[in-house]
Write a protein that binds this ligand. Structure first.
Ligand code: CAA
Length: 246
C-alpha cells in the first residue's frame, strides 16, 4: 500500500484518537492539532506507550490563520497532506429559546467554519498532485435534528453540504470528499449528556448500545482507501440503526 500523510483535526478526542490509530495502522503518517498543551502532552505520551508516533501541532481550527499555520507545520514535518479528516467538534447544548449568541457562534466556528479553514489550506496542494481524500465527521443529529442542538445540527448538516459541493468540484482531480455521520458513541461528549436523557437515547438505538470510536474509524479508513477512488459525495451513517434515512 502507499503510505500517505494524514491530518486528523481534533485527534486527541475520543473518535479522533481511534481515527489516528487506524490510519497509522494502515501505514500512513498521521498528524493532529491541539489547543491544550498539557492534554496534548499526556495524550502523546500515552500513544507512545502504545507504540504510536503522531505529529502534534498547536492550532485552533476555528481560526483561518491558525489553521493555515498548522497545515504548513504538518507539511514541513511530514510532507504534503494527502488525507484530511475534519473531525474537530464541540457541543454547547441548549434549547434554542435559551441559546446564547456565544453558544451558537462557538459551535458554528469550531464544527463548520473549521472545515473551510483547514480544507482551504490543503486543497490547492491536493489539486496540483491530483490525489486527495477528505472526510467530514458529521453526526446523526445533522441528519435528524436533536432537541437542544440547533447549533450543532446546523453545523453538522452544513458539513455534508460542504462535502457534496467539494466532491463535484474536485472529482476530476483524483480527490474524493465524503462524510461519515456517527450516531451516539461512548465518548466524553456523549457521557456529558445527562444520564436520564442518555438512557432514553440508548433505548432508541436498535443495536441496543452506544457505538465505539473504532467503529467510526473503520468507516473513515474505508473512504480513504486507494480502492475507494470512485466513492465521492457519499454520507455513510454509522449509528447502530438509530436513523435510517437515505
Ligand atoms: N425530546 C423531548 N423533550 C425533551 C428532550 C427530547 N430529546 N430533551 C429534553 N426534553 C424536555 C425535558 O423532558 C423537559 O421537559 P419538561 O420541562 O416538560 O419536563 C424539558 O425538555 C427541559 O429539559 P431539561 O430539564 O433537560 O432542560 P435543560 O434546559 O436543563 O437541558 C437540554 C435541555 C440541553 C436539551 C438537555 O436536555 C440535554 O443536554 N439534552 C441532550 C441533548 C443531546 O442529545 N446532545 C447530544 C450530545 S452528544 C453529540 O452531540 C454527539 C453526536 O453527534 C451524536
Amino acid at each position: 500500500m502507499t503510505s500517505r500523510v494524514a491530518l486528523v483535526t481534533g485527534g486527541t478526542g475520543g473518535i479522533g484518537t481511534a481515527i489516528c490509530k487506524r490510519l497509522a495502522q494502515a501505514g500512513h503518517r498521521v498528524a493532529t492539532n491541539y489547543r491544550n498543551e498539557g492534554k496534548a502532552r499526556a495524550w502523546a505520551e500515552a500513544m507512545r506507550e502504545e507504540g504510536f508516533g503522531f505529529t502534534l501541532v498547536r492550532g485552533d481550527v476555528s481560526s483561518p490563520d491558525e489553521a493555515a499555520t498548522m497545515v504548513r507545520q504538518v507539511e514541513e514535518a511530514l510532507g504534503p497532506i494527502d488525507i484530511l479528516v475534519n473531525n474537530a467538534g464541540i457541543t454547547r447544548d441548549a434549547t434554542f429559546h435559551r441559546m446564547s449568541p456565544e453558544q451558537w457562534t462557538e459551535v458554528i466556528n469550531t464544527n463548520l467554519n473549521s472545515c473551510f479553514n483547514v480544507t482551504r489550506a490543503v486543497i490547492e496542494g491536493m489539486r496540483e498532485r491530483k490525489w486527495g481524500r477528505i472526510v467530514q465527521i458529521s453526526s446523526i443529529n445533522g441528519q435528524k435534528g436533536q432537541y437542544g442542538q440547533a447549533n450543532y445540527a446546523a453545523a453538522k448538516a452544513g458539513m455534508h453540504g460542504f462535502t457534496i459541493s467539494l466532491a463535484q468540484e474536485n472529482a476530476k482531480l483524483g480527490i474524493t470528499v465524503n462524510t461519515v455521520s456517527p450516531g451516539y458513541i461512548g465518548t466524553d461528549m456523549v457521557m456529558a449528556v445527562p444520564e436520564p436523557v442518555r438512557e432514553k437515547i440508548i433505548a432508541q438505538i436498535p443495536t441496543g448500545r452506544l457505538g465505539t470510536p473504532e467503529e467510526i474509524a473503520y468507516a473513515v479508513a474505508f473512504f480513504v482507501a486507494e480502492e475507494a477512488a470512485w466513492i465521492t459525495g457519499a454520507n455513510l451513517a454509522a449509528n447502530g440503526g438509530q436513523y435510517m434515512g437515505w
